[in-house]
Design a binder for this molecule. Structure first.
Ligand code: ATP
Ligand code: MG
Length: 421
């Protein structure tokens, strides 16, 4: 073999790809019910799209971007997430001129130079939604509800919604100063990355997974304590809306998310099982201010992204079988070269009627073909040998009962259509 696939990428083969289609279809269905329209964007953007929005101190910008210079010496980056590109497209295509809010969804591959492990890849897929032009806490509740609804319809259990309010331009600066003052006292207990973050973005320390840092964070001033009146009111209203539709959540004061752009609402849906190291199925929040950062007028925004690979792993862990297997309804078993051609014509005619039909192409014996028909779990097998061909008939075998009857070739399509009804 010449080479293998790049580290951190996956091949999804038949058997698995049907599950992807099922989940994608479900996401589309739920989006249709909620009024979210699909947006399809390039998988690479000018690098500044991410530098501007995702944030200098985020994992993505610090170490995970797949950036390259193209032949025209432009700095490009394979998209690490979907929000920044969506904001760029929202402005570029003047979607702000439409009646608001604008409710969008996307799905497709994202690229991050992450440390590959189960649930963490360098090419992975996200389904995500973004809403522009609505500041009301009710839309925050709708976004969270849409995430929960997909997981509910898939039959997942043991999930929890973690939620926090992370501050805004009014209250964050003061909170950042308080955090700096607090963390400076424990500088020697922080990991190297967090010591570096202390002056640049102390909020991110709250998100650190190192035990030492986690311990120090327990006493840190929380975003909820630091929230201004507007942030508090927004947060409380969001919680009321979630209560009103029976969505349970846990307030997690350390949840600040890895991207710098969030204001007010931040949330994640996590799996509670002990074994899963990568337990966040989706994450999102509000990003008021980002549209302005891209050069547009002030326009609120909120969204989330769900990791499809992690979702599939979780379905597997929970033993959930998706209803994806499709068997052909008819198997055509020709014996001999002359019958092969007749069988091919019949196969096409049945398919033309929307009947999923398989046939042999390998010139197998009758026994081997019947075995294949069994493996396909078809309802009917059609046997055509030389003597049948001479008489202008075929033998139709009902697989469940073993009953066989002869049907004129000219009547076969009609006959099977009738039986399959
Ligand atoms: P993490 O803390 O696990 O690195 P993140 O904060 O980087 O997550 P987001 O940028 O919010 O994640 O992406 C949303 C979702 O996309 C995650 O909850 C996860 O399900 C999925 N995801 C993120 N990075 C990866 C990856 N490298 N491989 C697979 N899925 C991923
Ligand atoms: Mg990450």
């Amino acid at each position: 073999m010449l080479t293998t696939r790049p580290t951190g990428t996956n091949d999804f083969l038949p058997g698995e790809s049907e599950k992807w289609q099922y989940i994608e279809q479900l996401c589309r269905q739920v989006c249709a019910e909620y009024g979210y329209k699909e947006i399809r964007l390039p998988i690479f953007e000018h690098t500044e799209v991410y530098l501007r929005s995702v944030g200098e101190t985020s994992d993505i910008v610090e170490k995970e971007m797949y950036s390259f210079e193209d032949k025209g010496f432009r700095h490009m980056t394979l998209r690490p997430e979907g929000t920044a590109g969506t904001v760029r497209a929202f402005l570029e295509n003047k979607l702000y001129a439409d009646p608001q809010p604008t409710k969008l969804y996307y799905m497709g591959p994202m690229f991050r130079y992450d440390k590959p492990q189960a649930g963490r890849y360098r090419q992975f897929n996200q389904f995500g939604i973004e809403v522009f032009g609505a500041d009301h806490a009710g839309i925050d509740a709708e976004v969270i509800t849409l995430a929960v609804e997909i997981f509910r319809r898939l039959g997942l259990t043991g999930l929890s919604v973690k939620i926090n309010t992370v501050g805004c331009a009014d209250c964050r600066p003061k909170h950042m100063e308080e955090l700096k003052t607090y963390f400076r006292q424990y500088e020697d207990k922080l990991c190297d990355t967090c010591r570096d973050r202390l002056e640049r973005n102390p909020l991110r320390i709250l998100d650190c997974k190192e035990d030492g840092c986690k311990e120090v964070c327990k006493g840190a001033p929380t975003t909820i304590e630091a929230a201004c009146d507007n942030c508090s009111t927004h947060f409380n209203k969001l919680l009321e809306y979630l209560d009103a539709v029976g969505i349970s959540y846990e307030i997690d004061t350390n949840l600040v998310r890895g991207l710098d752009y969030y204001v007010r609402t931040a949330f994640e849906v996590v799996i509670n099982s002990v074994g899963s190291a990568q337990n966040a199925l989706c994450g999102g929040g509000r990003y008021n201010g980002m549209v302005e950062q891209f050069g547009g007028d002030d326009m609120p925004g909120i969204g989330y992204a769900m990791g499809m690979e992690r979702l599939l792993l979780t379905l597997k862990e929970q033993g959930i079988e998706l209803p994806v297997s499709k068997h052909p309804e008819v198997y055509i078993a020709p014996l001999g070269e002359a019958a092969q051609k007749e069988a091919f014509v019949l196969t096409q005619a049945l398919r033309g009627k929307g009947i999923y039909t398989e046939k042999d192409y390998l010139g197998k014996s009758l026994k081997a073909q019947m075995k294949a028909a069994d493996r396909f779990q078809v309802a009917y097998t059609v046997i055509i040998g030389d003597s049948e061909l001479e008489k202008g008939i075929a033998v139709v075998r009902e697989m469940a009962t073993g009953e066989q009857h002869e049907v004129a070739l000219s009547q076969l399509v009609e006959d099977l259509e009738g039986r399959l009804k």
